[in-house]
Design a protein around this ligand. Structure first.
Ligand code: ADP
Ligand code: MG
Length: 725
């Protein structure tokens, strides 16, 4: 009866698995391969005429507009370099609103005269590509009759050669826009927002006496969490295949209660995989640095070194692709879903963020002199204002059906966006708020530029892991982004709201100074005003507690629990105004992002609901029915033999079986409801009807998992998936 049980077969296959031969190269110096496949500045310097090289550096390093004359020269050098490395194809790579990476490959060769000849790869080909992007979400920005989307070369992110055992491809990072110039991707707004933030940060720096500050950029370092499981188990779980998370599965007898996984020894198979990944990432110039086991069984983390946000965002996507691809090579599957296993900690992607430039360094690093510290406080104050004024937007920037399972589930920050400063910095702002009143601290009255601030530790020990937006000594860590999402969305929001806050500060300072106020006093005033009006977002307590929910409400901080509560923030007046004012999104583009957000939400829950129905009906129900028959036969046989027996064993399986049938009926009915005309109502139906109906099916099925004979159970269990690696 169990001959075709895919689960039992998977267990056998896992046992028989032979790992791939190691790829370790013993005589290779550590780091020798770093950037080997990247068309980097160093490569360009060697291969490009001096003037062309200088012009491209000005664009990459100092955000100068690209001189169209250089494209031809760069294209030709890029092609030669890639072909010397064995590339036969090139691909414009872009980041559509699905959050995935899209590529369209073209050959360097074309058929000619009975053979292949080298196709033209001119500046034009490099600079612009045309892609029939009609299947990418555009939220109404494109009709199908004008379905063309254009990819445009993004010279700020280096091109690279992607290795595949069967060939090599030159990959060119691009932006993706409609024929009217509307952004259809994550990269375009990221570049726009970087520019805007830089402009106002530089104004503030000039006020602090830096006459010619170098171009300011934002940096991002993303910590990627992920799960690994044996691929045989993955393939035996249609829910994981379809939706990236388990829609069924009772909790294992051993969970994460012993905390014995966090930073535990990494299993050999996983370590081999990680090393393989790091080598590939190094070749692509991605500075993979920290690796460790995470809190949950089967969960790991990889954190590359921080880089400029636009490059970090591309690298982050490449990192996810690499982790996925190599997991398959090692017989495993890599899951980025925010909550692949119910009742087990989920995965996030903490985005560490700072701003700075080559002349002033990191602007979020406390300084040694009162003047430097005043400047540091101004940048911190900008963040306080930004997070308080636009907390709802930050929440919306991490909103997705999958991340809803994680936020606020006592393992990740709540949906309330607050800011953690650490005791010392919070105390400094407290004193500033009191406006020069005598403070209890030994330094006495705190006057900007006059008194020395207490020395602020650059790596404070009092890290608060429950805060969504935490100061960690020289950067802020935004902990709400989901493991599956591109970091570009959150970075666009952070840059834009920082641009607004820095613009506000620079303008206030300009005005007061023009009115004759002394600089230090003007700074003191603006800091006091910001902490007075926006200090409500500062919170140092336990963000996971119930009390905080109550207190946050009394402070007027929004608590946007689900994606559907958060998405409307995107089309609120203040949001559309700030994005338009700083040149990041037009109203049209904001509406399109909102529409795409809704569509993605509804679609992903729809897939889950249909998978739940199918698995419940075709796998779980039959297994339970078979087992019920076995028990019934047994009860009958005992009765026939005159052996006294009660029928409770039969009831034990029939009761949840009846519940499962009923729950499947409810889910089927919810799926068959006519779609609502308004996309928001349709998304609400997904949230309020489909999700609860899926939970109903799961509850009954999970109960059956503890009752039905093990050799009949069709789905790999949590225990098998999480502990056999
Ligand atoms: P944690 O202790 O928070 O888990 P990790 O070492 O895992 O820290 O990751 C910290 C991340 O923060 C890394 O990606 C690191 O490069 C990044 N980071 C460090 N300094 C900065 C900075 N000034 N700006 C942005 N990111 C930074
Ligand atoms: Mg970490």
């Amino acid at each position: 009866m169990s001959g075709n049980n895919v689960r039992l077969q998977a267990i056998k296959d896992v046992e028989a698995y032979v790992p791939p031969a190691p790829t370790f190269v013993t005589d290779e110096a550590p780091g020798a391969i770093f950037g080997e496949n990247v068309f980097s500045l160093a490569v360009m310097q060697k291969r490009l005429p001096k003037l062309v090289y200088r012009s491209i550096v000005a664009t990459i390093e100092h955000s100068k507009p690209l001189d169209p004359m250089v494209a031809d020269a760069v294209a030709s050098a890029m092609k030669d370099w890639a072909m010397e490395k064995g590339a036969t194809h090139y691909s414009h790579v872009f980041y559509p609103l699905t959050g995935l990476t899209a590529e369209k490959h073209d050959s360097f060769f074309e058929p000619a005269g009975g053979g292949l000849s080298l196709a033209e790869f001119a500046g034009k080909t490099l600079a612009q590509g045309e892609s029939d992007g009609s299947s990418f979400p555009s939220g109404g920005l494109r009709n199908t009759f004008e379905a063309r989307g254009y990819t445009g070369w993004d010279p700020t992110s280096p091109a690279y050669v992607l290795d595949n055992p069967n060939g090599k491809t030159l990959c060119i990072p691009t932006v993706f826009v409609s024929m009217f110039g509307d952004a259809l991707d994550h990269k375009t707004p990221l570049l726009r927002s970087q520019q805007s933030m830089a402009k106002h940060a530089e104004r503030v720096l000039r006020l602090f006496g830096h006459e010619k500050p170098d171009h300011v950029v934002s940096y991002a370092g993303a910590e990627q969490e992920y799960f690994l499981l044996d691929r045989h188990f993955f393939l035996a779980r249609p829910d994981l295949l379809n939706s990236g998370r388990t829609l069924f599965g009772a909790k294992p007898p051993k969970g994460q209660e012993f905390d014995d996984h966090y930073f535990g020894a990494i299993p050999e198979r996983v370590l081999g995989y990680m090393m393989d990944c790091e080598r590939e990432l190094f070749k692509l110039g991605i500075p993979a640095k920290t690796r460790h086991q995470e809190v949950a069984p089967g969960q790991f983390e990889l954190a590359p070194m921080f880089e400029r946000a636009n490059i970090a965002a591309d690298h982050q996507q490449m990192l996810m692709t690499t982790l996925k691809r190599l997991a398959n090579k090692h017989g495993m599957e890599c899951l980025f879903h925010e909550k692949p296993f119910d009742g087990v900690n989920g995965s996030g992607k903490h985005v560490n963020f700072s701003i700075g430039n080559s002349t002033e360094g990191n602007l979020l690093l406390p300084g040694d002199t009162p003047h430097e510290n005043a400047q540091f406080l101004v940048f911190c104050a900008a963040i306080i204002r930004a997070v308080h004024k636009y907390g709802g937007l930050l929440r919306a920037s991490v909103a997705s059906a999958s991340n809803d399972h994680r936020l606020g589930a006592n393992e990740a920050p709540p949906a309330i966006i607050s800011i953690f400063l650490g005791d010392q910095l919070a105390d400094v702002f407290d004193q500033i708020a009191k406006g020069g009143a005598t403070s209890s601290k030994e330094k006495g009255t705190l006057l900007i530029g006059v008194d020395t601030l207490p020395v602020l530790p650059t790596d404070p020990g009092d890290r608060n892991r429950t805060s969504p937006f935490a100061f960690t000594g020289n950067r802020f860590e935004f902990r709400a982004p989901g493991s599956l999402q591109s970091i570009a969305g959150p970075m666009v929001t952070i840059n834009t709201i920082m641009a607004e806050a820095l613009d506000y500060i620079a303008t206030e300072l300009d005005t007061s100074i023009a009115a004759g106020t002394e600089f230090n006093v003007a700074v003191q005033n603006v800091l006091a005003e910001i902490i007075g009006n926006h200090g409500a977002a500062v919170f140092g307590g336990n963000g996971y507690s119930e009390d905080w929910q109550v207190e946050a409400a009394s402070r007027g901080l929004p608590n946007l629990r689900t994606t559907l509560d958060a998405l409307p923030e995107l089309i609120s007046e203040p949001a559309m105004e700030v994005f338009e004012k700083y040149g990041v999104f037009t109203h049209r583009e904001m509406h399109s992002r909102y529409e795409v957000g809704l569509e993605q939400y509804t679609r992903s829950i729809g897939v889950e609901a249909r998978s739940t129905l199918e698995i419940g009906t075709t796998l779980v129900l039959p297994a339970a029915v078979r087992y019920q028959t076995e028990v019934a036969l047994n009860v009958g046989a005992l009765k026939a033999a005159g052996i006294e027996t009660d029928t409770s064993s039969l009831l034990e399986v029939s009761t949840p079986l009846t519940a499962l049938r009923a729950a499947l009926g409810t889910l089927r009915a919810a799926l068959e409801t006519d779609p609502a005309a308004d996309p928001f109502d349709e998304a609400k139906h997904a949230r309020d009807a489909l999700l609860p109906a899926m939970t109903g099916v799961r509850t009954a099925a999970d109960q059956l998992e503890g009752i039905v004979a093990d050799d009949l159970w069709p789905l790999p269990t949590y225990q098998e998936m999480l502990y056999i690696l």
